[in-house]
Design a protein around this ligand. Structure first.
Ligand SMILES: [Zn+2]
Length: 188
């Protein structure tokens, strides 16, 4: 199911049934995500990254407004580069989100949580892409080791950096503010 696109009719059916699926997928299956992760020097393979897996829990239901929803839970651990010493550091992934699946922008006016929605395009809905988008949106922009033995550059010349390892971004926390500040003009 995760590797296939579903169309509107299939999605409606999955939602009505309350279909759910729990799977583990290797991180390397997500090409865009893999490109953001710590890369061992050169083109060597065989790093931990190659065997890292993400536990995915996907569940469909019908929202209060009648639109299908998909609840996505992602847990695992990714290896990102410390932005100070460029060495790898573990970043725990914990994503819980539930998105209404809409057919058009206009429908966002019909649901209570328009920011927690995605649009289904003409090709259908690719759940794996949705999941990858969610993870990419949650990735910290600047992750560094906390000062200490873990960071190879601890106490180095970027000492004015106050960003710490526990910096975690809530998915869409900023997006909501950005979109919320914009007036939409729908004249027709
Ligand atoms: Zn570091």
């Amino acid at each position: 199911m995760l590797s296939e696109r579903v169309d509107s009719a299939q999605l409606a059916e999955l939602a009505k049934k309350g279909f759910g699926q729990v799977v583990s997928l290797p991180v390397v299956d997500f090409a865009r995500l893999s490109a953001c992760l710590y890369q061992a020097g050169g083109d060597q393979s065989g790093t931990d990254q190659d065997s890292a897996e993400l536990a995915l829990n996907v569940k469909f239901d019908v929202g209060p407004e009648g639109f299908p929803r998909v609840a996505i839970s992602v847990t695992g651990c990714l290896s990102l580069s410390c932005q100070r010493c460029l060495e790898p550091m573990a970043w725990p992934v914990r994503i819980e989100t539930r998105l209404s699946v809409l057919d058009s922008d206009e429908q966002t006016e019909l649901i209570a949580s328009p920011f927690d929605s995605i649009l289904m395009n003409a090709d259908g809905l690719d759940i794996a892409t949705v999941i990858e988008d969610e993870i990419l949106a949650a990735l910290p922009i600047a992750l560094v080791h906390r000062d200490g033995p873990g960071c190879q550059s601890a106490g180095g010349d970027e000492s004015n950096s106050t960003i710490e390892a526990e910096l975690m971004q809530r998915p869409f926390a900023d997006l909501a503010n950005i979109v919320g500040g914009r007036k939409s003009n729908v004249d027709d």
